[in-house]
Design a protein around this ligand. Structure first.
Ligand SMILES: *[C@@H]1O[C@H](CO)[C@@H](O)[C@H](O)[C@H]1NC(C)=O
Length: 267
C-alpha cells in the first residue's frame, strides 16, 4: 500500500511533546482535558460523514459546500483521521505545522471528491486563525499523528487510501441497508454488517434518528481495531435502535453549470 511509506521511518524525537490537549469539536462528553507534556496518541479513528443527514438543513450554498454538489451520490465522505487515547481523550493542535495547500496539490482532486466541507464558512485552526476544513483537520488532528505521519502530504494521502480501502457505503448496500428517506434499519444490523466486513467494531453517531457520523478505528499500523466507548458499552451516540440512512438530496441552489471545484485561488 502506498501509504505504508509514510511511517516507514520513525524519528526518535517526538514532536508530541509540544502537544496541547483540548476538547475536540466533535461533540459533548468526549473528553480531552488539558494535559501538559502531551504523550503520543494510541490509535487512529477515521471519521466519516453521511451527507444525506448533514445536508438536511442546508440553507446556504456556495461552491465549496459539498451539500450543494448536484452530482453528489449518497456516499460517506471523510470527516477526518483523528488521533485518540485509549482512555477516551485525545491530543490536539500538536506542534506549529500550519496547513499549506501547496503540500497537497497532487491530492486535490481526491480531497475535493472524498473530503468535502459541508459548510460555506471557514473553520477554526489551531493558531487563532480560520481556514479550510482541511486546514482545521490537519492542524487540530493531523499534527498529532506524529511520528506515524511527519507531514501533511502523507497524512492526507493515507487518509484517502484508508477511506478507499473500506468502502462503508458499499458494505451497507450489500447488506441491504440502502439509502432511503422512508426505511429505518436496525442499528445492530448495521453494526454487525460492518463488524463482519472490517473485523472490528465501529461507532455511529446520529442526529434525529439518522446516521450522521460513522467511526472506524485502527491501530497505528492501520490494522482495524474496535473503537473505544467510554463509560458504557454502547457502540453509538444518540442513535435509536432503528436508524435512518437518508438519501442525499442536493440543495442544488447552484446551477449545474457552475463547476463545483473551486479554483486554487478561490481556496
Ligand atoms: C463505494 O461503493 C459504492 C457502492 O458500490 C460505489 O458507488 C462507490 O463508487 C464506492 N466509492 C468509492 C470511493 O470507491
Amino acid at each position: 500500500m502506498a501509504f505504508l511509506s509514510a511511517f516507514s521511518i520513525f524519528l526518535l524525537f517526538s514532536s508530541s511533546l509540544f502537544c496541547l490537549s483540548e476538547s475536540h469539536g466533535r461533540g459533548k462528553g468526549g473528553g480531552g482535558g488539558v494535559v501538559p507534556g502531551q504523550r503520543e496518541f494510541d490509535y487512529f479513528l477515521l471519521s466519516l460523514q453521511w451527507p444525506g443527514t448533514i445536508c438536511h438543513n442546508t440553507r446556504h450554498c456556495c461552491a465549496k459546500n459539498g451539500c450543494c454538489r448536484s452530482s453528489a451520490t449518497a456516499e460517506f465522505t471523510i470527516h477526518g483521521l483523528w488521533t485518540d487515547y485509549n482512555d477516551g481523550t485525545w491530543p490536539s493542535c500538536c506542534g506549529d505545522h500550519q496547513f499549506d495547500i501547496k503540500e497537497v496539490t497532487p491530492l486535490l482532486e481526491g480531497l475535493q471528491k472524498y473530503w468535502p466541507s459541508y459548510s460555506c464558512g471557514s473553520t477554526s485552526t489551531c493558531h487563532g486563525g480560520r481556514g479550510l476544513f482541511w486546514a482545521h483537520e490537519w492542524e487540530k488532528h493531523g499534527t498529532c499523528s506524529y511520528p506515524v505521519f511527519k507531514d501533511e502530504y502523507n497524512y492526507f494521502l493515507a487518509t484517502i487510501n484508508l477511506y478507499l480501502k473500506y468502502n462503508i457505503t458499499e458494505i451497507l448496500i450489500e447488506n441491504g441497508y440502502v439509502p432511503s428517506n422512508t426505511e429505518k434499519y436496525p442499528l445492530g444490523g448495521i453494526v454487525s454488517a460492518i463488524q463482519n466486513a472490517v473485523r472490528a467494531t465501529p461507532q455511529l453517531e446520529c442526529r434525529n434518528g439518522a446516521v450522521e457520523e460513522l467511526h472506524l478505528c485502527f491501530y497505528k499500523n492501520f490494522e482495524p481495531r474496535d473503537c473505544v466507548t467510554k463509560g458504557n458499552s454502547l457502540t453509538s451516540k444518540a442513535c435509536p435502535r432503528y436508524v435512518s440512512l437518508p438519501e442525499f438530496v442536493p440543495s442544488n441552489v447552484l446551477s449545474t453549470s457552475v463547476p463545483w471545484l473551486p479554483s486554487t485561488e478561490a481556496l
